[in-house]
Design a protein around this ligand. Sequence first.
Ligand code: GAR
Length: 197
Amino acid sequence: MKRLAVLVSGSGSNMQSIADSVNRGILKGLVEIVLVISNNPGAYALERARNENIKAVCIERKSFEDEISFNGAILRELRNAETDIVCLAGYMRMIGREIIRAYRGKMLNIHPALLPKFGGKGMYGRHVHEAVVKSGETKSGATVHFVEEEYDTGKIIVQREVEVFASDTPQDISKRVLAVEHRIYPEAIKKVIEGKV
Ligand code: GAR
């Protein structure tokens, strides 16, 4: 069994989809979620984690003097939990370089667009879907990729398209993309564990 940690900042619906796959889906018997870390004390993801009986901790940037000690605290929690794989699931902060180095090839992120399109600094959450509407693209989608030091640049593990219609609002696209995210994140984790990347 691989020991998985999930980093979150918000609703945690992707974390929930991973937990559901562990409980009764394609990750059953392969993965155990050992830790959820949120940088946001108000994240609904923390409540979801507790409902699933998963250890959930909040590590807030403002409790630390600098980025280095903040990242050090995250790394310590990951190591204490003997984490094998780290999944960023709606984690809305830049992840520290030292954490990326410690988990290179074992840290995944989900992005709500067809990377390399609509990635990079400032492209997160609703901003991505707003940019897709403005661009007039007829397709969007979701991407699970390995985390590298530059935003949204690591090797792609799974990517899936959704259609975009002329009448779509950013919220419409967000809903359609999120439904795909919930399917492809567990698939990507399985691929990584089975060495099929
Ligand atoms: C998801 O759409 C995820 O792809 C996006 O935030 C949402 C989190 O939803 N992540 C990013 O934009 C990161 N660049 P969730 O908290 O319900 O899983």
